[in-house]
Write a protein that binds this ligand. Sequence first.
Ligand SMILES: [Zn+2]
Length: 95
Amino acid sequence: MRITCPYCGARNLEEYTYRGDATVKRPESIEETARDAWIDYVYLRDNPAGLHKELWHHSAGCHAWLEVTRNTTTHEIVAVEPAAKGAEKRSAEER
Ligand SMILES: [Zn+2]
């Protein structure tokens, strides 16, 4: 699998480190009533079949954090963008 870093171009998977689901949202409340939300945030992840947004770190390259949209069944990568840009888009969609 090759990932095309927006800054470095296409590079082999060995240059990257998978850093998790890009869609999890940190609970805003720290109150006891948000306990279940925190357990979900820290411990529970979906295991989707199909398109999924993931965080990857270009650890042996430019050290950029990337949001990669990947089909988990075929490993086809359909989009790569800087992670901050993806987070901004999701935040804007929630407003
Ligand atoms: Zn890079």
